[in-house]
Design a protein around this ligand. Structure first.
Ligand code: SAH
Length: 213
């Protein structure tokens, strides 16, 4: 399989043809081998224009969604960012090339451990992992310059807004699990936060039954 070529086609047909213009994001999407993050049974579809199952009822997001949500954060390289929902670790790896430090939380230990192995094999080192309920964020490491939530929330989690720097943004899917949700951008203001809708999306739900942190 000529994976670099598949990655190139993915970038042309799914990202450039839509609205992904951030050259650093495009470069990261070329550099991180998406096929390393999908189950071996799905290798042939790794660069397709859709999400894929990664086990435990979870999914790796569609390439466009990963690129779009990353682009929304407008990263320049000096940021400390948090991701809720490590999953396969693909989004985590993309963030690691674009930010200074990445803090990623996953509620399912099996997925977190697998993601960590995949990422370590790629030699990416600026990532910090935690198993637990991401709704609470990572208090000890706050504030963050950006937060990305990759599971659908029924409300904007107040702890996460609290853990943003003033002026920083969080991107998250908002809505009921069984429905289409709205991807929104939340900007922390000196007082409160502003919320803007971006597009309709479909994500797996943010679970609320916590495992031990
Ligand atoms: N970013 C991932 C997408 C994974 S799907 C990727 O690119 O592969 C969403 C993930 O969120 C799942 O792995 C799910 O287990 C995790 N998740 C669900 N609820 C969570 C919670 N409360 N805290 C942390 N992770 C959660």
């Amino acid at each position: 399989m000529d994976y670099p070529r598949y990655a190139e086609i993915m970038i042309q047909e799914q990202l450039l043809s839509r609205d992904i213009t951030d050259t650093r994001v495009l470069r990261a999407m070329k550099e991180i081998p998406r096929h390393s993050f999908v189950p071996s049974a799905s290798l042939r579809q790794a660069y397709g224009d859709f999400p894929l199952p990664i086990g435990s009822g979870q999914t790796i997001s569609q390439p466009y969604m990963v690129a779009y949500m990353t682009q929304v954060l407008s990263l320049e390289g000096s940021e400390k960012v948090m991701e809720i929902g490590t999953g396969s670790g693909y989004q985590t790896a993309i963030l690691s090339l674009l930010a200074r430090e990445v803090y990623t939380l996953e509620i399912l230990a099996s997925l977190a451990e697998k993601a960590k192995k995949t990422i370590q094999a790629l030699g990416l080192k600026n990532i910090h992992y935690r198993i637990g309920d991401g709704y609470q964020g990572w208090v000890d490491e706050a504030p963050f310059d950006g937060i990305i939530v990759t599971a659908a929330c029924t409300e904007i989690p107040p702890p996460l807004v609290q853990q943003l720097h003033t002026g920083a943004v969080m991107v998250l899917p908002l809505g009921r699990p069984s429905d289409i949700q709205e991807l929104v951008i939340v900007r922390k203001e000196p007082e409160g936060a502003s919320v803007k809708k971006l597009m309709d999306v479909r994500f797996v739900p943010l679970r609320r039954k916590s495992s031990k942190m």
